[in-house]
Design a binder for this molecule. Sequence first.
Ligand code: AP5
Ligand code: ZN
Length: 217
Amino acid sequence: LVLILLGPPGAGKGTQARILEDAFGLVQLSTGDLLRAAVAEGTPAGLAAKAVMEAGGLVSDEIVLAILKDRMAGPDVSAGVILDGFPRTAVQAAALDDLLAETGQRVDAAVSLDVDDEAMIARVAGRYSCALCGEGYHDSFKIPAVAGVCDKCGGTEFRRRPDDTAETARARLETYHSQTAPLIDHYDRLGVLARVDAMGSIADVRAALARVVGAVA
Ligand code: AP5
Ligand code: ZN
């Protein structure tokens, strides 16, 4: 099963992908996470990506495709993947269709998480995560049950992404509208597009997504 989550920064792609992983036994594949790991490791791809990511632009298709293909070859992805933040350009979408065709697969569903731009700035600017397990939190929308302690792993250290300032979030939104939103039409033409209202609660969005995945799984 190949599921794509499309949506602007803060739409909840990562939040929902992690929920779907647990519920459907799928593997989340986030190009943003893979790029951040490359930046942290200081690989050549990471060195090239760092400044672009901090400015809210898109890393080159060449780098992203190399990282994605490498990850798609992993043994754990055979049950199915949730692509979170990929594809983001027409070139990436075409490359994905070709890559899947090599193994007789195709995109089963592409879900557009529809949201309001201004609300997205607030979501992104309040976000942080557990430094130990990566669980995501938000200053207003999702706080740990015990202050300062991760619900999932008990960790007490948290971090914020360098691109999660209101200013960079605006640049990322513009990048989304100009380069990624046109892919919604691409998947509509392929007959695999689903739209989910992602302004509701995390639980409501989760329920709507579960219906979409349940219909194609
Ligand atoms: P990436 O890491 O993909 O970031 P993004 O697309 O900007 O998405 P985010 O991670 O910011 O948001 P999300 O939709 O996952 O929301 P989340 O669930 O965290 O990419 C980062 C950068 O890497 C890009 O800018 C680019 O430079 C580069 N890059 C990555 N992929 C690339 C590619 N394919 N090609 C080229 N460059 C690439 O939720 C946000 C917050 O809101 C959280 O705090 C959460 O708790 C909260 N929240 C979630 N849902 C709800 C809800 N329903 N109600 C209230 N709060 C909610
Ligand atoms: Zn944790």
